[in-house]
Design a protein. Structure first.
Length: 514
């Protein structure tokens, strides 16, 4: 049975809350958590905990206090070694002396073989320093500022050879940039207002990781197939929010006035802990966050009753990404992504079978051929006379933006830019995007730039290097939109899409078969 730990604590009368605090004192040594969310977080049973949200909720203090009291060998990560000084000072204050502290290595020898280390994951490659260095407490301060791929790497060494509990705690304010999008995906049951089965604060939810390191939510404890025949043991996550009002050391100071002086939307996010509101779009972000949210707010669960117009497929083909399929139906309604986590899609016939199983109404299929991964699957479908079209994102476009007359660097730029125009809430298309955290996270990732006087969109490899994740779902959505007109030909007997008017000389390999 899932319990809302925060609500249970609030239901305690004042006497019982005092007794709980006394209990904390009997099982801790040098540091005692404050009553409320900090105590709940300290004793939380989840393998991985997201703690915080609002500014001033005692996040850093929880990490230092837990590491000193409970962990055998702990590490606290922050972005930038210069930013660990206040953590070092706080640890020295709790310990009562500088004995055992090495300023050179940012480590504390706590005695009896116990240790606390402070480190940074700010620089590319810094995670490699942690290969093989196991820790039973991996604690991330301001996790939303950190790179997902680096966190994933060091988490591979969470645990200990000793018989002690392993804990992972992400203490953070809401993300302020797309680099923190991964948190919304990893803790979607608590953070994403459009998640299908929301979770309450303190409620445990269970997951196994797919090969991209993102959660596949499962029903409970035990072992589960993550989607590719690999069986993994489920771990638990939860989120416990905290606020300035929960911190007796700060709530009556001028700290609140300083937070209230922040510009919006940062002010509301830091005061209210809204993980979906604080993120500020990059000036070169292709798809504005607000446009995506508006499109998601239009989405209804019964849109698949309308005919399918097209199906976009991003094939992993044995590569490092997931296989993603997204169907586009009439009324510009996109279905929820179908993900095949970790599937080895080198088998073209098997991949073709999965794709055709998702196809409805004879809808044309767009399959990514950029890296050559989709070749075998496309050939298998073509041999069976399936309406399939290979898309090579890196191909020359030969088109220009209708408004600015600026040329597109390649087909990827053209397709993404045209989808951006269609997504504009002031336009007429009124696209309906599925309310998935991954759609929002991937949708806000790509950036554009002018290169050689042409519009260029970041490649998947560039995005993966910057954020530690790929845009498999978003690519499938954009491809489905790109061949939408072919589906409309079947449904409405309208003219062919623009691609059909291109000659082999103008764009010979961009979208084949047109």
């Amino acid at each position: 049975m899932s319990l809302d730990a925060e609500e249970l604590f609030r239901r305690l009368n004042e006497t019982d809350q005092v007794e709980l605090t006394k209990l904390a004192r009997t099982v801790t040594e040098r540091w005692v958590p404050q009553p409320g969310p900090q105590t709940l977080a300290y004793f939380c049973e989840a393998d991985e905990l997201l703690y915080g949200g609002s500014a001033g909720g005692g996040k850093s203090d929880l990490l230092v206090g837990y590491a000193i009291n409970e962990a055998h060998n702990a590490v606290i990560f922050r972005n930038g070694l210069k930013n660990v000084r206040d953590l070092e000072n706080r640890a020295i204050n709790i310990l009562g002396s500088r004995d055992g502290f090495s300023g050179q290595y940012h480590t504390f020898d706590l005695g009896d073989g116990r240790s606390l280390e402070l480190d940074s994951l700010e620089q590319p490659g810094s995670e490699q320093n942690w290969q093989g260095r196991r820790r039973d407490a991996m604690l991330f301060d301001e996790a939303a500022q950190m790179n997902k791929a680096r966190i994933q790497f060091v988490l591979g060494w969470s645990g200990s050879a000793k018989d002690v509990r392993t804990r992972v705690i992400y203490a953070t304010n809401p993300p302020l940039s797309d680099e923190g999008n991964w948190l919304v995906v990893w803790f979607a049951p608590w953070l994403d207002p459009m998640f299908k089965r929301r979770a309450k604060p303190g409620e445990l939810r269970w997951f196994v990781n797919n090969k991209d390191g993102d959660p596949v939510w499962v029903d409970g404890q035990g072992q589960f197939d993550r989607g590719d025949g690999v069986v993994s043991t489920a771990k638990s996550r939860t989120f416990i929010p905290s606020s300035l009002n929960d911190n007796a050391y700060l709530r009556d100071t001028d700290y609140r006035s300083r937070v209230e002086a922040l510009p919006e939307p940062m002010r509301s996010a830091m005061l209210n802990g809204n993980f979906m509101a604080a993120r500020k779009d990059d000036v070169y972000q292709v798809l504005p966050s607000e446009w995506i949210r508006i499109a998601q707010s239009r989405w209804t669960p019964d849109g698949d009753r309308a005919p399918m117009l097209s199906l976009g497929v991003d094939v992993a083909g044995g590569g490092g990404d997931s296989e993603a399929m997204v169907g586009l139906h009439a009324n510009n309604w996109f279905a929820r992504p179908k993900l095949h986590e970790g599937v080895d899609t080198k088998d073209g016939a098997a991949t073709a079978g999965r794709i055709v199983a998702c196809q409805k109404n004879g809808a044309p299929i767009a399959i990514d051929m950029t890296g050559g991964w989709g070749g075998a699957a496309k050939q298998a479908m073509s041999d069976s006379e399936v309406d399939v079209h290979g898309i090579v994102f890196s191909s020359e476009s030969g088109a220009v933006d209708d408004d600015t007359k600026i040329a597109f660097y390649n087909l990827r730029a053209e397709m993404y830019w045209r989808f951006r125009k269609a997504l504009d809430p002031n336009g007429t298309e009124r696209i309906q995007l599925p309310p998935d955290a991954r759609v929002l996270a991937e949708g806000t990732a790509p950036r554009w730039r002018l290169q050689g006087g042409k519009i260029l969109i970041e490649s998947k490899d560039e995005i993966r290097k910057r954020l530690g994740s790929s845009t498999d779902v978003l690519d499938a959505i954009v491809m489905a939109w790109a061949i939408r007109a072919k589906g409309l030909v079947k449904q409405r007997q309208e003219g062919p899409p623009r691609w059909a008017t291109q000659t082999a000389d103008s764009n010979p390999h961009a979208i084949d078969g047109f």
